[in-house]
Design a protein around this ligand. Structure first.
Ligand SMILES: *Cc1c(COP(=O)(O)O)cnc(C)c1O
Length: 372
C-alpha cells in the first residue's frame, strides 16, 4: 500500500492554460510577441497600474534593476546571506560588492536593525529578500533607504501574491523583482518581471533586456547601451496569463495548509517554526529548523523512503567557495549559518490535500527521533 510520492512543490497548471500554450505553438509566432504584451499589461494591473516588464528569469530581472539603479564597479549593495545565491550573484555581475547583513532569527529575513551599521559612503542600494514569501517590513525598510538615499531592489521572487499591511507586493516601493521559475507560487516555467519606479524609463529597461537595440519606424536601428538576451517568450507568457486568475486562490490555499502544519506538527520534537503570519505571507514555503543535534541528510533520506520530498532553502551563501574567495568566513553571520544548516522545506503547494499535511507530520514525528 505505497502512497504516491509527495514532492515539496508542484505547479498547478490548468487545461485552459495548456490549450493556450498549444495555440501559441500553432500560431507561427512563438517568441516575444502579443502574449508578452498582454502578460505585461495584466501584471501591471496586478501591480496597481505601475509599469511592468517581463523577463526570461528573475535573475535577469534583478540584474537589470541594478543597472537601471546605476549600480556598478565601486558600489556596495546590502543584502542577506540567507537567500537563493542569484540575489548576491547579480551584485557581482554588475561589478559591485555584496555587503551581507545577518538575518533576524524570527523572520529569517535581513535584520533591519543591523542595516545602518553596514552602510558606507559606497553603499548604493539594498536588496531585501522576502524569504519563503514573508515580506520584509516595508515601512522600516523604506525609512532606512530614504534616510540614506539608497535605491531598493525588492527581491520579491518568492512573494508574488503576498502583501504588506493590505497592499499587494508590487503595488508599492522602488524596483520590485519577481521570478516565475517553476517552483515559485506563480510560474511561467522560467521567467520574471520587473516593476519599475516612476523615475525610470521603461524604454531603457526594454533595451537592457534585449541587446540594447532601439528600433525606428523607418526600419533602421541603433544600439546605445549594452543589453542582454533576457526576453520572455510568448509560450511562457501564455502560461503566466493562465496562472494569474488563480493567484488569489493559490495564496488562500497555501495559507490554509500552513495553518494545518501549525496545528499538526509534533510539538515536543524541538522544531523551530516559521513566523505565523497569515495576512502578509503567501507561504511560498513552509520551513522548519531541525534541532541542532539532528542529522539533516539522514532526515531527508528517511522522509524520502516514506515517499516525502524535503527541500533545503538555503545554506548561507557566504560559505560557498566563490564567496569565501571574496573574503567571507564561517562565523561572519551566525544566525544565517545556524538556520542555513538546520532548515528544511516541507511539502506545500496548492493541489496538496489536507491529508498530505497529516502524512508529513506523522512521518516527521516518527523520523525525527531516529535522526538525532
Ligand atoms: C528564484 C529566486 C531568484 C531567481 O529567480 P530565477 O527566475 O530562478 O532566475 C532570485 N532570488 C530569489 C530569492 C529566488 O527565490
Amino acid at each position: 500500500m505505497t502512497q504516491p510520492f509527495l514532492p515539496f512543490t508542484r505547479p498547478s497548471i490548468d487545461e485552459a492554460t495548456i490549450a493556450a500554450v498549444a495555440d501559441v505553438l500553432r500560431s507561427g509566432w512563438i517568441t516575444s510577441g502579443p502574449k508578452v504584451q498582454a502578460f505585461e499589461a495584466a501584471l501591471s494591473a496586478h501591480c496597481g497600474g505601475r509599469p511592468v516588464r517581463a523577463f526570461n528569469s528573475g535573475t535577469a530581472t534583478l540584474e537589470v534593476a541594478l543597472r537601471l539603479a546605476g549600480v556598478g564597479p565601486g558600489d556596495e549593495v546590502i543584502t542577506t546571506p540567507l537567500t537563493w545565491v542569484a540575489t548576491a550573484n547579480v551584485i557581482l555581475e554588475v561589478g559591485a560588492k555584496p555587503v551581507l547583513v545577518d538575518v533576524d532569527p524570527v523572520t529569517r529575513n535581513i535584520d533591519l536593525s543591523r542595516i545602518e551599521a553596514a552602510i558606507t559612503p559606497a553603499t548604493k542600494a539594498i536588496i531585501p529578500v522576502d524569504l519563503a514569501g514573508l515580506p520584509v517590513d516595508r515601512d522600516a525598510l523604506y525609512a532606512i533607504a530614504n534616510r540614506h538615499k539608497l535605491r531598493v531592489v525588492e527581491d520579491a521572487a518568492q512573494s508574488f501574491g503576498a502583501s504588506w499591511n493590505g497592499k499587494l507586493i508590487g503595488t508599492i516601493g522602488d524596483f520590485v523583482s519577481f521570478s516565475f521559475h517553476a517552483n515559485k507560487n506563480f510560474t511561467t516555467s522560467e521567467g520574471g518581471a520587473l516593476v519599475l519606479p516612476a523615475d525610470i524609463d521603461p524604454a531603457l529597461c526594454e533595451r537592457l533586456r534585449l541587446q540594447g537595440v532601439q528600433r525606428f519606424p523607418d526600419g533602421s536601428m541603433d544600439v546605445d547601451v549594452l543589453g542582454g538576451k533576457w526576453n520572455l517568450t510568448d509560450i511562457a507568457a501564455a502560461i503566466g496569463l493562465g496562472q494569474l486568475p488563480h493567484v488569489a486562490d493559490f495564496t488562500a490555499r497555501r495559507r490554509e495548509l500552513a495553518r494545518r502544519y501549525f496545528s499538526e506538527l509534533p510539538a515536543d520534537r524541538g522544531l523551530g517554526l516559521p513566523l505565523a503570519d497569515f495576512a502578509n505571507s503567501n507561504w511560498h514555503m513552509f520551513q522548519v529548523t531541525l534541532p541542532a543535534t539532528a542529522e539533516r541528510g539522514a532526515l531527508i533520506a528517511a522522509m524520502k523512503e516514506r515517499g516525502i520530498g524535503i527541500g533545503v532553502h538555503y545554506p548561507a551563501l557566504h560559505l560557498f567557495s566563490l564567496y569565501r574567495g571574496l573574503g567571507f568566513r564561517e562565523g561572519d553571520f551566525p544566525v544565517a549559518e545556524r538556520i542555513g544548516r538546520q532548515i528544511v522545506t516541507l511539502p506545500l503547494f496548492p493541489a496538496m490535500l489536507d491529508s498530505d499535511v497529516s502524512r508529513v507530520c506523522a512521518a516527521l514525528a516518527q523520523v525525527l527521533p531516529e535522526c538525532i
